[in-house]
Design a protein around this ligand. Sequence first.
Ligand SMILES: *Cc1c(COP(=O)(O)O)cnc(C)c1O
Length: 345
Amino acid sequence: MIRTRPSYRDISLYSPPSVPCRVDLSDNTNLFGMPPAAERALREIASSTVTRYPISYAPDLKQALSAYTGFEPSWLSTGCGSDDLIDCSLRAFLEPGEPLAVPEPSFSMMSYFAKVNGLHYSPVPLRKDFDIDVDGLLATGARLIYVCSPNNPTGTGVSRAALERLVDAAPGLVLLDEAYVEFASGSHVELVRSRPNVLVTRTLSKAFGLAGMRVGYAIGRPEVIAELEKARGPYKHTGIAERMAIAALTEGVAWVKARAEEAKESRQRLVAELKAQGLAPLPSEANFVLVPLPGAPQVAARMRELDVNVRSFQGMPGVGDALRIGCGPWPMMEAALQALREARR
Ligand SMILES: *Cc1c(COP(=O)(O)O)cnc(C)c1O
């Protein structure tokens, strides 16, 4: 018998129900597809991109991200999805046994990342208005506090006032997850310039339509990024993913912005239609809408029989049962609304 790690005994693998459906609105990816520039880059991949190692620490990708974000390359790191950057930052800034403070409900992967890094997971309920509980987060004493804005799965944004108060009083780093920033009314990334203890993570998996390529990035002060890169290691992307990401960030931005606008229009219409069905969706700044609905798991199962997949949650703190519906082309939203109507009958 091999000796296993006791703290790993109860870790279960992340496995959202994956059911092939004609309309899949379950994972918040870009339902319009990928930027044509990225598709072109994929077709034109040179064989050396496959046979050789990519350049360590992805300087070309950082250059493209620098042009897109306005931050110097030394303020940027990249990873195998932003999941990877979150994981690396926990390793880089916390020793095993330390607390990790996370609002609840928020990104479900955080408790998993806490466990695999030997951290003590300290969930802190969101306030009734879905803003963060600053004093509650500070009371954990955690030297790394995670905040997601717009927040998955609620779709709500954190207020600037609460975030600034948190950052200014935090004993360590505040990790701000902006996976859905392209769909929000604004970003908090400028805090990175005015404060020493903020690290922002973003991804090309959502608005940029490249979830399968696994590319995320982080923005922070050079001294923060330097620590993060120690935990990262030299090679995190395939050469193919790098070429596609660079194409998307240079020639694909107009396409991405236009599709994000369409997703926001769909969101607005979807919210109105859900309200017309007598439901009370949460205000969303992301490309999905959370709808509290008793019996949501059963409703979602019936919707899947009608070929529409949405994510369901059971007994979420502060929300209860709920459906999370991704926003994309309006015909998909119509299919979801129709399936929801039938499933609730
Ligand atoms: C989807 C998502 C991510 C990003 O995942 P990738 O690893 O970049 O694909 C990060 N944070 C939140 C809250 C998400 O919903």
